[in-house]
Design a protein around this ligand. Structure first.
Ligand code: Z5A
Length: 210
């Protein structure tokens, strides 16, 4: 049986929330409405607590990069075992705001953690499990951050310097260039155009995959 696990990835302010709504509408239009929405970190009681910890409960000098990585994978393990795999077994569709690719981009690319360490954790938690499709919303970090800074609440990671997000984006792009299941969307366009692009790409993918 095919898995129907769609992930949306991108830097902050790339428009993931908007993209998820577009994906939902596209799926609804072809009669798919039994969809579970989730996010990382988060999506379970434990995961949502970890999300708060990661975003708001530490200053950067209070959590090491490795500790951050480990708690992200604890949240992911809980989500995979308790929500994602059981739902896929029942034939449900899942749309997730971020997944493992975020750890590759932010923790290896942005934080500079050892690639082998992250890949080992990835293997321990996920094995060969992968999303069926990942849509990566590409945006220059300056622009994404500009969108975010107009909000009131800025979290710990959003306070990182621009150089952090530049390295994170570079790593995203490096992985994407080698993976045919990750499709790039130009998010530096008007919302309507981004929505059109998502629609087109998703419909093409759906024809081949359902
Ligand atoms: N993280 C990590 O380090 N490692 C991991 O493994 C995982 C996560 C899983 C999660 O925070 C943080 O955890 C994240 C990475 C790290 N770090 N940061 N920083 P989050 O989930 O709260 O943050 P986010 O994922 O970046 O979400 P966001 O900030 O809400 O961004 P978004 O969902 O992509 O954007 P949006 O809410 O759809 O849009 C932002 C605004 O831009 C909004 O006002 C929109 O109306 C506007 N927008 C959207 N599209 C457009 C276009 N096309 N034009 C103009 N304006 C637009």
């Amino acid at each position: 049986m095919k898995n129907h696990f769609i992930v949306v990835e991108g830097l902050e302010g790339s428009g993931k929330t908007t993209a998820i709504n577009t994906i939902k509408k596209t799926l609804n239009n072809i009669g798919i409405s039994d969809i579970i929405f989730t996010r990382e970190p988060g999506g379970t009681r434990l995961g949502e607590k970890i999300r708060k910890l990661i975003k708001y409960n530490f200053k950067n000098d209070q959590i090491t990069h490795k500790s951050e990585l480990l708690i992200l994978y604890a949240a992911r393990n809980q989500l995979i075992e308790k929500v994602i795999k059981p739902a896929l077994m029942k034939g449900k569709w899942i749309i997730s705001d971020r997944h493992d690719l975020s750890s590759q981009a932010y923790q290896i690319g942005g934080r500079g953690l050892n690639k082998k360490l992250v890949q080992l954790l990835r293997y321990l938690v996920l094995g060969k499990f992968q999303p069926s499709l990942t849509l990566y919303l590409d945006i220059p970090p300056e622009l994404g951050l500009q969108r975010i800074y107009s909000r009131n609440k800025i979290d710990r990671i959003e306070k990182e310097p621009l150089s952090f997000f530049i390295k994170t984006r570079e790593y995203y792009l490096k992985i994407i260039s080698k993976n045919k299941n990750i499709l790039l969307i130009n998010a530096n366009q008007k919302i309507e155009q981004v929505q059109n692009d998502i629609n087109l790409i998703l419909n093409k993918w759906l024809i081949k995959n359902i």
